[in-house]
Write a protein that binds this ligand. Structure first.
Ligand SMILES: [Fe+2]
Ligand SMILES: [Fe+2]
Length: 152
């Protein structure tokens, strides 16, 4: 089965381009996370919070749109092909919910950072939450691209 029979080529192409853009943004988010620092030794200075905020807002705007777009344009069409693909696309949709949950937990921690009492431990927690999101999201996209290789 070729992708033209299941989905319009331009829809598949758009989702593919969104993945490319998301991966570039994940790299920027990783960089922002690695630059986030609280230096309690010197002036108690918090660094990198505004850059991190920029990346969080970018994902807040893009992530739900990507999931919606991919589900409507790709997953719903592919799921009609076979019962295996129906199961697989249902799994991808569950992963979208899980990734949204991981992103939400990260966003909430990042948004409350500036007013936090213990900045050292909050910075460490945000890095862990952010890394969990970027790692799981990359894995999800790779599996999608491998498993839906004939369609995307
Ligand atoms: Fe997906
Ligand atoms: Fe995707």
């Amino acid at each position: 089965m070729t992708q033209q029979q299941v989905l319009p080529a331009d829809e598949a192409e758009m989702v593919h381009e969104e993945h490319v853009e998301l991966r570039a943004n994940l790299e920027e988010l990783d960089r922002a996370l690695s630059r986030l620092r609280f230096d309690s030794e010197t002036h108690g200075e918090l660094r990198g919070a505004s850059e991190l905020g920029t990346m969080v807002r970018r994902f807040q705007a893009f992530l739900p749109l990507h999931f919606q777009h991919e589900e409507k344009s790709v997953l719903d069409s592919v799921s009609a092909v076979s019962s295996e693909l129906m199961e697989l696309t249902a799994q991808f949709k569950r992963e979208h919910q899980y990734l949204s949950y991981l992103f939400e937990a990260f966003t909430e921690a990042a948004s409350n950072l500036v007013g936090a009492d213990d900045l050292t431990s909050e910075v460490a927690r945000i890095k862990l939450l952010g890394e969990a999101f970027t790692e799981q999201f990359r894995r999800h996209m790779s599996v999608e691209e491998t498993e839906l290789a004939g369609f995307l």
